[in-house]
Design a protein around this ligand. Structure first.
Ligand SMILES: [Zn+2]
Length: 475
């Protein structure tokens, strides 16, 4: 496939730049100082901000009074800015830094993007594969035209109050943020990763959408008020409806517990033959009781010994409009002495061990997924989690609270909060963690995991963590 070849070619020639960044809402902020030292800018302080100049003497001005940047005659409004007394620590979103550098260095064929998944800048010498991204209005319908290279295929993903147009291997050198019209959408944000680009819209009202492809190089998406009758457009091949809701402010009430594996997939198997799928189901049922006692509404993805596909699991969570997602598993190692508990949130694995654990758990969906579901595409999966990046901080915090909860109830070795790319966490639009309770490969822990008492301790530890998370976020 053309796009796969393109993707590989691009990947091989990416140059990456790691920088320090901080988080503000969903933005990654990078300071003037950090950009200057990474990309070779000089900078001077001006009365209203700072002026950066590159090796060719091109100027980039940031005005802290009007929150505006000026580059090559273009004036760009910044939606977020972190002002500090020390001007070199002035910070703006990494996506904007990338956009400004693309404007500055277009003629040199240097295209810099911020990778929202891996949190670094990457550079390509290739002209962007998306030529145009145009938003226009036709009465109360929003028309988005995307012209792109042959072989690129836009896909649509719907979450609570946003709709994302994802284009694998797509790179767009235009603005990273577009202010909305105040009627239909609040803003559109353009997010890159090495895998491609997502055009993400936040809507102010319920909308339906249709997507059409007019030829190999032009795709059109129309968003219209949900109440409008959906019929008649000949170009359409996809349609859907989303509901708006306020994900981040509503109280935590509904929790989805996902006992891993099940049915034909036993999960890890202990030395005495204990199956992970049975242990995690027993713990999940106890956790359900424990959380209900503490006033939560709980939904189990499975309550019996049954295989569930990846889609089935994440759909249960998303359709329930749940507030938290907790997947429960048992760990396994070649070494019989490996022991303890670890809680994961979704991010790029930083250690070999984290990668090994994620591969083992993900195999559940690649090895046993034979019932007509599309084979998993690792690159598409990377994108799905762009939903999870919104909940990154919350998921990490939740993981920490649960980790502490389990350790203090059970006395298990604390292996710490960890991060890796678990498929089951990718598609859920809420704070989500995966708990590796203890090691089935460790004879002592296998014995404990079989005991009802110990299962209760784990369940109570997880519930303690959820309660602490809830009060930490005061909701
Ligand atoms: Zn597992």
């Amino acid at each position: 496939m053309i796009s796969t070849v393109l993707y590989i070619a691009l990947t091989l020639t990416f140059k990456t730049y790691t920088v320090r960044y901080s988080m503000l809402r969903s933005w990654n902020l990078v300071t003037v100082d950090e950009i200057a030292s990474t990309f070779g800018f000089d900078y001077n302080f001006a009365s209203r901000g700072v002026v950066l100049s590159d090796a060719q003497g091109n100027l980039l001005t940031i005005d802290t009074v009007t929150s505006t940047a000026k580059v090559r005659g273009q004036s760009v409004k910044l939606p977020v800015m972190l002002k500090r007394k020390d001007m070199k620590r002035l910070a703006i979103p990494a996506d904007f830094w990338a956009q400004f550098m693309r404007i500055l260095w277009k003629k040199q064929n240097r295209y810099i993007y911020w990778d929202v998944l891996n949190h670094y800048f990457f550079e390509t010498p290739y002209a962007p594969s998306i030529k145009q991204f145009l938003i226009t209005h036709k009465s109360d319908t929003l028309v988005v035209k995307i012209s792109h290279e042959r072989g690129l295929l836009p896909k649509i993903f719907v979450s609570r109050d946003t709709i994302k147009i994802w284009i694998k291997s797509g790179f767009y050198a235009g603005p990273c943020w577009i202010e909305g019209d105040g009627k239909i959408y609040e803003f559109a944000r353009i997010k890159h990763s090495k895998a491609g680009v997502a055009f993400k819209f936040r809507f102010l009202r319920d909308v339906g959408y249709r997507m059409g492809r007019f030829n190999d190089t032009l795709s059109v998406v129309k968003f219209y008020p949900e109440s409008r009758k959906r019929s008649g457009s000949r170009a359409s091949n996809v349609a859907g409806v989303r509901r708006s809701s306020t994900a981040h402010t509503r109280p935590i009430k509904v929790i989805v517990i996902d006992p891993g594996h099940g049915g034909k997939d036993p999960g890890a198997i202990g030395r005495r033959g204990t199956k992970e799928k049975d242990i995690v189901l027993a713990i999940a049922k106890k956790l359900k009781k424990e959380l209900e006692k503490r006033g939560f509404k709980v939904i189990l993805t499975r309550s019996r010994d049954k295989y569930l596909s990846l889609n089935e699991r994440t759909e249960i969570a998303n359709n329930a409009n749940a507030d938290l997602f907790i997947s429960i598993h048992c760990n396994w190692s070649r070494s019989r002495v490996a022991s303890g508990t670890e809680v994961y949130f979704l991010s790029t694995a930083k250690t070999t061990w984290e990668r090994v654990v994620a591969m083992r758990e993900n195999a559940s969906f690649t090895k046993y997924n034979g019932n007509g579901h599309k084979k998993l595409d690792p690159i598409d999966d990377i994108l799905l989690d762009m939903a999870q990046t919104e909940f990154l901080q919350e998921s990490e915090d939740l993981a920490g609270f649960i980790q502490n909860g389990i350790v203090s109830r059970t006395g298990l070795l604390n292996r710490g909060v960890r991060q890796a790319g678990f498929y089951v966490l990718y598609g859920v639009f809420m704070p989500a963690v995966l708990v590796e309770t203890a090691f089935l490969s460790n004879p002592e822990e296998e014995r404990k995991l079989r005991s009802s008492d110990f299962q209760w301790k784990i369940a109570r530890g997880i519930a303690d963590g959820v309660v602490r998370f809830k009060s930490a976020y005061r909701r």
